[in-house]
Ligand binder design. Structure first.
Ligand code: FAD
Length: 625
């Protein structure tokens, strides 16, 4: 093939997945090109002006720990920070921030632009070039061809994108942007299994036309929790959001016009995100609720645009207007961008290896919404995995797999490639079997060493991570050895008679005790850490029993994943397995027992039979050799 130019890695798409993929590949030394429709819309937030949230915040912390970029840019452009679930256990606490959308795009683009080995190019990719089952590069809309050792597709909602506002439809990747039609056709012709999903977004309002006095103000946290382990303070002025409610007038209006909604009128065939329902969906499915929460979220510091969180809809514009005006405080509000729904193609993620490389085409990777996920964070996490592996494979090296015992990133990828999706996939902490091990405070312990080995984390950052865990170890050892002398340190919550002679760690386990109670003593021994490190120590001590239990569970899962299943394993031959189970296993072709156990419909009894058969097979192979 004759190429205009060649790269090690070509990334198609400049959304959240594409940015991470391109940056990771380039940081690992691969000559990388990122192709996208519009360079000004790199890292565009198609929907809400926010990063993080429950479980999504975990993903962003992990991206940061591994050497990705989303956390750093979110911190830099955050205009309100909140730690969600702050009053609940440490496993489910997660950071979230409101973002200044325009600044987020600008900062991300500047970061990518400054990255050596990385070129940002505005062009539509219309074809994946393949020879003998191996990717060769991409074809552009202008007819030219670009060579690549590895290609990462991150096309988001653009493949055959179709927007709906009431009965008005238009082919678009996002409102006002062209869809990706030829590339969608190319993927279909290559034999990929394609499905159809949908999502929607609420109207944006002119903030100057809102009566904020009818809403409850929501300020950010006084002491913000950031995504990046390196951020110390917010960069931008902080703002408030506002909370309000729909009421019977809104609900009546929606019920009376249901047939005009693209969703209920039957125009939309794709499946939508169950956890992010449209307002008409909420009114129908929760008919007994008198009201639903809505949030007014500012889209940035230099704009009056306000995101009406909770009112996603596919109703015609005139109904949207009536619906908005029926909300107390929004009687005069002007819609500056209408709500809309979008349907798009996705590629069945069970077509992928755990490195996100397709099984069909060597060195072709898929990441982000193309894999059936929803959300910026899920997209970014996959982009990072695909970018790392594309970089490695372009250099002729083996890819890396992220075990689900070590990160939410691993859980995300494992769920996608072993279970597939039948609705837009979003991350939840409940998807993890080991929530207490996968906390936001220890994401660096879990992932920074790997990020450093891959060349994504700088030496100084890695050293800071090692220092942090050395200090945690020192504090724990000190507290395990040191016994309490009430004459040396008074403790408000502990009676001297009952606590005297106990170790400091035993005392810290008492309800209400924090490391702060031991501050004078720790300071005296040069062991007084930052508040983040103090929190990590407290969690480790307070939850030690549960953490150890989950560590044993993780070891068991790891042992199961070491029980490899040969690619040619004949499930049909195994007696004791039902035909349905045999078919499922033969279709999914799991690489190990742990993966087999997670395939929907594979029972513990089937796993046990499979384990015995694998063991027998191994023994037989040993005696024959
Ligand atoms: P995107 O951010 O969509 O980026 C795709 C990129 O690919 C773009 O830069 C585009 O220009 C480029 N591209 C596409 N095709 C080509 C091509 N052929 N050649 C070159 N470049 C190409 N998420 C939620 O979590 N909750 C929600 O409520 C929600 N609502 C949404 C509502 C709408 C209307 C939309 C559009 C999205 C919504 N999302 C929502 C999804 C969220 O925007 C995505 O999950 C996220 O942006 C996906 O990131 P991505 O990188 O995979 O793709």
């Amino acid at each position: 093939m004759k190429f205009r130019e060649s790269f090690d890695v070509v990334v198609v798409g400049g959304g959240h997945a594409g940015c991470e993929a391109a940056l990771a590949a380039a940081r690992m030394g691969a000559r990388t090109a990122l192709f996208t429709f519009n360079l000004d819309l790199i890292a565009q937030m198609s929907c809400n002006p926010a990063i993080g949230g429950i479980a999504k915040g975990h993903l962003v912390r992990e991206i940061d720990a591994l050497g990705g970029i989303m956390g750093e840019i979110a911190d830099k452009t955050g205009i309100q920070f909140r730690l969600l679930n702050a009053s609940r256990g440490p496993a489910v606490q997660a950071p979230r921030c409101q973002s200044d959308k325009a600044r987020y795009r600008k900062e991300m683009r500047a970061k990518l632009h400054a990255q050596p080995h990385l070129l940002l190019l505005a062009s539509e990719v219309v074809e994946i070039l393949v020879e003998k089952g191996e990717v060769q590069g991409v074809g552009l809309a202008d007819g030219s061809k670009v060579g690549a050792a590895a290609v990462v597709l991150t096309t988001g909602t653009f493949l055959n994108g179709l927007t709906h506002i009431g009965d008005q439809r238009s082919a678009a990747g996002r409102l006002g942007e062209a869809p990706s039609i030829r590339l969608a056709r190319c993927l279909k012709e290559m034999g990929f299994r394609i499905g159809r999903l949908k999502t929607g977004t609420p109207p944006r309002l002119d903030g100057r036309t809102i009566d904020y006095s009818r809403f409850e103000e929501q300020k950010g946290d006084e002491k913000p929790t950031f995504f990046s382990f390196r951020t110390g303070a917010p960069s931008l002025p902080q703002v408030s959001c506002h909370l309000g409610y729909t009421g019977e007038r809104v609900h009546q209006l929606l019920r009376a016009n249901l047939q005009r909604s693209a969703l209920y009128g039957g125009a939309i065939v794709g499946i939508g995100p169950r956890y992010c329902p449209s307002i008409e969906d909420k009114v129908v499915k929760f008919a007994d609720r008198a009201r639903h929460q809505i949030f007014l979220e500012p889209e940035g510091l230099d704009t009056d645009e306000v995101y009406l969180n909770g009112m996603s809809t596919s109703m015609p514009v005139e109904i949207q207007e009536e619906m908005v005006h029926a909300v107390p405080g929004l009687e005069r509000a002007r819609i500056v961008r209408p709500a809309y729904a979008i349907e798009y193609d996705f590629v069945d993620p069970t077509e992928l290896e755990a490195t996100l490389e397709t099984r069909r085409i060597v060195r072709l990777f898929h990441a982000g919404q193309i894999n059936g996920t929803t959300g910026y964070e899920e997209a970014a996490a996959q982009g990072l995995v695909a970018g790392i592996n594309a970089g490695l494979r372009a250099q002729g090296r083996e890819g890396v797999v992220f075990p689900r015992t070590e990160s939410y990133i691993g859980i995300l990828v494992d769920d996608l490639v072993t279970r597939g999706v039948d609705e837009p996939y979003r991350m939840f902490t409940s998807r993890s079997e080991l929530r207490l091990l996968l906390r936001i405070d220890n994401a660096d312990l879990r992932l920074t060493p790997l990020g450093h080995r891959l060349g994504l984390v700088a030496d100084a950052e890695y050293a800071a991570c090692l220092d942090k865990y050395e200090l945690i170890g020192q504090i724990r050892r000190f507290m395990q050895l040191q016994r309490w002398d009430p004459a040396e340190l008074a403790l408000a919550h502990i009676e001297p008679a009952s606590g005297k002679g106990q170790t400091l760690e035993q005392l810290l386990r008492h309800p209400g005790m924090t490391l702060g109670d031991f501050e004078p003593l720790l300071r005296k021994h040069g062991l007084w850490p930052t508040s983040a490190v103090r929190k990590s120590v407290e969690i480790e001590v307070h939850y030690q029993g549960y953490i150890e239990q989950q560590q044993r569970e993780a070891e068991k899962m790891q042992r199961m994943s070491l029980r490899r299943i040969p690619a040619d394993f004949d499930y049909a031959e195994i007696s004791g397995l039902s035909r349905e189970v045999k078919e499922k296993l033969a279709r999914a072709r799991p690489k190990d027992l742990a993966t087999a156990a997670r395939i929907p419909g594979i029972t513990p009894a089937a796993v046990s039979i499979l384990n015995i058969q694998l063991e027998l097979r191994q023994k037989k192979a040993r005696t024959e050799s």
